[in-house]
Design a protein around this ligand. Structure first.
Ligand code: SDX
Length: 443
């Protein structure tokens, strides 16, 4: 049995590819890498470089825009089977984790590979409670934003700014140092998110209450008014705990790829995570949950759904919250979120937006345009409706995604650092610009 860089045991070598270059008649051998745990198969891109016409050539590259078919790393953290709609964190099915775990236990599992013992968990939770405060200057930093600044812009800026408060964080090869920075980021990102929320609401910042659990404390910093202690609704705490678990990691998505690429330059983790926040902001990625609600509100009434569907089919619009690069069946997280939505709406009431969402889903799951393109609801489709029913403003939905995904980004960042095959990410290109030409000024 061979062991990959990520420490995953795999089958022995499984053969070679023989590639024949018809330009020269030469044949090349490329070893097929040992299969991953669930059968992933790849060859090394660098093995293409031997294919040349003239010996002095650079060699052949693989051209793969958007990395549609490129394995950028070996990872043992999260496994997704897009056809079967499977998602597992360190081998545990997401359905079981969502049902029985907590976000902090999940964050430990993602990072360490095994579930924590009671002693490990208590210390982990206590360490994180202890580090929830941020430097007071962060307040002044946030107060510089306009009242209508997007909270994702504020979160991205403040996470990046944190690297200036912890200059020792650049010592990324010291395990103890990495550990304290990971604890700081997990502990402080809810505080930064809550401060951004209070700023856009024009309300005074509420400081962490370290007697509360992770989710309760977050809800307290968001919502406490004059009461001495905020009492969150148990159903909202449970809903947010599950939503954080569902959003914690998702293998090599765009924002995780950003974190790994920026982290590969050996920058501090605050700067690498800020890159993840920036990538997540995009409407095709984490920003989709916000766009789903805006789309539903633009539809306005269930009778207008057919018109929207026609616009999507005409290619004028995308059905936000549908489709996925990997899932070509129902996103298993969307199934759990939908069940959660039913529970939350029992308490908050079903509104017309949910009726519109259910009609959109009904049509998309039956209409050949969507079925033929394997466009199923993804994790973002129902989350916006739950967040809205819990009182979060639409522009805050992606911030909630970022708080949760910080656990996955940090785990992936550390795995990248520990992977001896990884080095600074620096892709090549196929140059299609001008050949050499003589400069003559037109001035
Ligand atoms: C997340 O990667 C991850 O794991 C991400 C994520 C995570 O946890 O990190 O799961 C979180 O980002 C979920 C996705 C949220 N985004 C949206 O809901 C935005 C709407 N969906 C898309 O724009 C799209 O589906 C993507 C971006 C999610 C995936 O895009 P792909 O894989 O690049 O697919 P594509 O754009 O090449 O589309 C393939 C075809 C095209 O049709 P044709 O040109 O072949 O005719 O499907 C069509 C697209 O036009 N299509 C859609 C569509 N998504 C794809 N048509 C209408 N509505 C859509 N939503």
């Amino acid at each position: 049995m061979s062991t990959t860089a990520a420490g995953v045991k795999t089958e022995k070598e499984t053969g070679t590819l023989e590639v024949r270059d018809t330009r020269t008649g030469a044949t090349y051998e490329m070893p097929i890498l040992p299969r991953g745990t669930e059968g992933d198969v790849a060859v090394r891109g660098m093995d293409l470089r031997q294919i040349k016409v003239e010996s002095g050539e650079f060699g052949t590259m693989s051209y793969d825009p958007a990395f549609m078919n490129t394995a950028s790393c070996m990872s043992a953290i999260t496994y997704i089977d897009g056809e079967a709609g499977i998602l597992r964190y360190r081998g545990y099915p997401i359905e079981q984790i969502a049902e029985g775990s907590t976000f902090l236990e999940t964050a430990w599992l993602l990072r360490n590979g095994e579930l924590p013992t009671r002693q490990e968990y208590d210390k982990w939770e206590n360490d994180i409670r202890y580090h929830t405060y941020v430097h007071e200057n962060i307040r002044k930093f946030l107060e510089g934003f306009r009242y209508d600044a997007h909270p994702m812009s504020m979160l991205c800026s403040t996470v990046a700014a944190m690297s200036s408060f912890y200059p020792d964080a650049k010592d990324i090869h010291d395990p103890e140092n990495r550990n304290i920075q990971i604890i700081r980021l997990l502990a402080k990102i809810p505080t930064l998110a809550a401060f951004a929320f209070r700023h856009i609401r024009g309300m005074p910042f509420i400081y962490p209450d370290n007697d509360l659990g992770y989710v309760e404390n977050f809800l307290s910093m968001l919502n406490r008014m004059t009461e001495p202690r905020y009492e969150p609704r148990p159903s909202f705490v449970k809903a947010l705990e599950v939503l954080f678990i569902l959003h914690a990691d998702h293998e090599q998505n765009a924002s995780t790829t950003a974190v790994r690429a920026v982290g590969s330059t050996q920058v501090d983790p605050f700067s690498a995570i800020a890159a993840g926040v920036a990538a997540l902001f995009g409407p095709l990625h984490g920003g989709a949950n916000e766009q789903v609600l805006r789309m539903i509100q633009e539809i306005g009434h269930v009778k207008n759904v057919p018109a929207l569907i026609d616009e999507v089919k005409d290619g004028k619009k995308r059905l936000m919250g549908f489709g996925h690069r990997v899932y070509k069946s129902y996103d298993p997280r969307a199934r759990i979120v939908k069940q959660l939505a039913d529970e939350v709406f029992k308490e908050t009431g079903v509104d017309s937006d949910l009726e519109i969402a259910l009609e959109l889903e009904r049509i998309a799951l039956s209409d050949d345009y969507f079925v033929s393109r394997k466009l199923y609801p993804n994790v973002d489709f129902y989350t916006g409706l739950i967040y809205r029913s819990m009182g979060f403003p639409t522009e805050f939905f992606t911030v909630l995604f970022a708080v949760a995904r910080t656990a996955g980004w940090l785990s992936q960042w550390e795995e990248m650092l520990m992977d001896k095959e990884q080095k600074i990410a620096r892709p090549r290109q196929i140059y299609i610009g001008h050949g050499e030409r003589k400069y003559a000024s037109l001035l």
